[in-house]
Design a protein around this ligand. Structure first.
Ligand SMILES: [Zn+2]
Length: 308
């Protein structure tokens, strides 16, 4: 399958200060692994465009855009919240991150590419319509899903979020939109400590205990996500691909393995094949232990490609 890898050098310019887990090396270790394993030669590489204001404003308020623009420093760092740091180039990076998902949607819906993986930062799924938080400035995946609905007239899209943290921003943005099915697993109680909304026809939150391993995660997917997705019949599948539930990742307590990320990727490919003509746009969210991150992203992309 022809798979797009979409990123931009500007994503490396988002400097979160020494020691911050959400660092530029997250992208370079992924790309180095793609090269070392030969996967890079099998991908079509695209530079992400900068997202336009009107594309951000489908999911964010003008006040949010203005607030971030006014906070961005000329030099040094500014804290948006205790975890979220921006520098002079952060919004440049963030606009490429959101723009990558727009490009992925356009490439996949046009049929030029069968699926896309956006290797971008800062991540996005904690960003709400009017609030940056948890390393996230703009909600990249929400920007892409809204683009598929508004610019390409899709009627139903699914967002599948296997990051170990709840995608509170994605949930908030689409909470009243029946065209979007949001499926999430996340450790609870845990950051972002928001109270998830009750499950509904277009919302499937499944919490995982801190002790959760493969068995609990796979049961959540099999028993909750897959029936909802089967019923919803999405025309396109978006993935908030976070790898911080890995047992080697200190960011969480949940202990998934490489095999679990391969397995869930296979389930997602099957869902997309069933109702969405295989159309998948997957977007990097978390994942902070660099070795497991690089391995699991490689596996995830190979599964999208059908060459694992
Ligand atoms: Zn996370």
């Amino acid at each position: 399958m022809a798979i797009a890898y979409i990123s931009h050098r500007d994503c490396l310019l988002h400097d979160t200060a020494d020691g911050h887990p959400e660092c530029a090396r997250r992208i370079t270790v992924i790309e180095d692994r793609f090269i070392a394993t030969g996967l890079s030669d099998l991908l079509r590489h695209f530079d992400a465009p900068s997202v336009a204001d009107n594309q951000l404003l489908r999911v964010h308020t003008q006040g949010h855009l203005d607030a971030l623009a006014s906070l961005a420093p000329g030099t040094g760092y500014v804290r948006v919240d205790p975890d979220t740091i921006i520098c002079a180039d952060s919004l440049t990076a963030a606009r490429r991150a959101a723009g990558a998902v727009i490009a992925g949607v356009d490439l996949v819906i046009s049929g030029e590419m069968e699926a896309a993986f956006c290797g971008v930062r800062p991540p996005g799924h904690h960003a709400e319509s009017n609030r940056a938080m948890g390393f996230c400035l703009y909600n990249n995946i929400a920007v892409g899903a809204a683009h598929a609905l508004a610019a390409h007239d899709l009627r139903r899209v699914a967002i599948i979020d296997f990051d170990v943290h709840h995608g509170n921003g994605t949930e908030e943005i689409f909470k009243d939109d029946d065209r979007v099915l949001f499926c999430s697993t996340y450790e609870h109680p845990f950051f972002p400590f928001t109270t998830a909304l009750k499950n509904s026809a277009n919302r499937v939150n499944v919490t995982l205990d801190a002790s959760a391993k493969s068995e609990e995660f796979r049961a959540a997917v099999t028993d909750h996500w897959l029936p909802a997705l089967q019923n919803f019949q999405p025309e396109m599948v978006f993935v908030s691909a976070g790898f911080d539930a890995h047992r080697d990742d200190d960011m969480s307590n949940v202990s998934l393995t490489d095999a679990d990320f391969q397995w869930v990727s296979e389930q997602i490919v099957a869902v997309a094949a069933d109702s969405a003509a295989g159309r998948i746009v997957s977007v990097l969210e978390g994942g902070y232990e660099l070795n497991s991150l690089a391995r699991c992203v490689e596996t995830h992309v190979r599964v999208l490609m059908g060459v694992h």
